[in-house]
Ligand binder design. Structure first.
Ligand SMILES: [Zn+2]
Ligand SMILES: [Zn+2]
Ligand SMILES: [Zn+2]
Ligand SMILES: [Zn+2]
Length: 237
């Protein structure tokens, strides 16, 4: 919760005593209910209980226990939220107390803000009014935007590199597969060559045998011719 020193209550005297904390005499902030049924700001009663053990209400004075602090009803909270306050920064009035944090965080023109480039070194701070104007011209902010763009470029390049790495890996795998295939084919060709060599040797052997048979046949033919010649001579005699 934003410090309650940034607002003041409108017409504080008219606020009912049932909404006022007995310890800080202001409307309850973050109220909590004790076991004995009395309501206090959480911070007030917790601080009080560091030294006091009994309810601060004189008419009650019962024993207190940190284990028995419960939140009040939603209705009670919503009554507190509707208390009207005035912003001490911009003087805007009639703000519901429950929405004061939002007023400071999102719209109070006098709220002091740091430059969004503070984390990269801009020392500037000023009211919300001046803030937008400063942000438009702040060198640090320009640098930050450039940094953001560069960062995105680098990120994209990293993605590209990752993609290329994946492609390269895939291609390496494919090359490996093709190498295996080529080696298999080489083995098959070698087997075929060996078979061819064996076949050639067989053919040569057969050719040699045929040559020998031819020689034998020719020899027999010559012998038969000689026998025929001898037979003819014999017949002539
Ligand atoms: Zn209090
Ligand atoms: Zn009490
Ligand atoms: Zn304001
Ligand atoms: Zn700046």
């Amino acid at each position: 919760m934003i410090s309650n020193s940034l607002y003041e209550y409108i017409d504080k005297e008219s606020i009912g005593s049932d909404l006022i904390c007995l310890l800080c005499h202001n409307p309850f902030i973050d109220p909590t209910v004790t076991q004995c049924g009395d309501t206090y700001c959480r911070q007030c009663i917790e601080k009080y209980m560091r030294n006091g053990s009994h309810c601060p209400s004189q008419s009650c004075n019962q024993l207190l226990s940190t284990d028995h602090l419960i939140p009040p009803s939603h209705n009670f909270i919503s009554i507190l939220d509707k208390l009207k306050v005035r912003c001490q920064l911009c003087e805007k009035t009639n703000i519901n107390r429950g929405t004061f944090d939002e007023h400071i965080k999102t719209s109070c023109p006098e709220c002091i803000l740091d430059c969004p480039g503070k984390n990269i070194g801009c020392q500037w701070f000023g009211s919300r009014n001046e803030h937008d104007e400063h942000t438009k011209t702040c060198l640090y902010e320009k640098l930050r935007r450039m940094g953001d763009i560069l960062y995105r470029v680098i990120e994209n390049q990293s993605l590209d590199i990752e993609k290329l790495q994946k492609q390269t890996e895939q291609q390496t795998t494919e090359i490996g597969q093709q190498k295996t295939k080529i080696e298999l084919q080489k083995t098959q060709i070698e087997q075929l060559n060996t078979q061819g060599d064996q076949h050639n040797a067989q053919l040569e052997r057969q050719a040699t045998e045929l040559g020998q048979q031819k020689t034998e046949i020719e020899l027999q033919k010559t012998q038969i011719e000689q026998l025929n010649t001898q037979g003819d001579q014999h017949n002539a005699q």
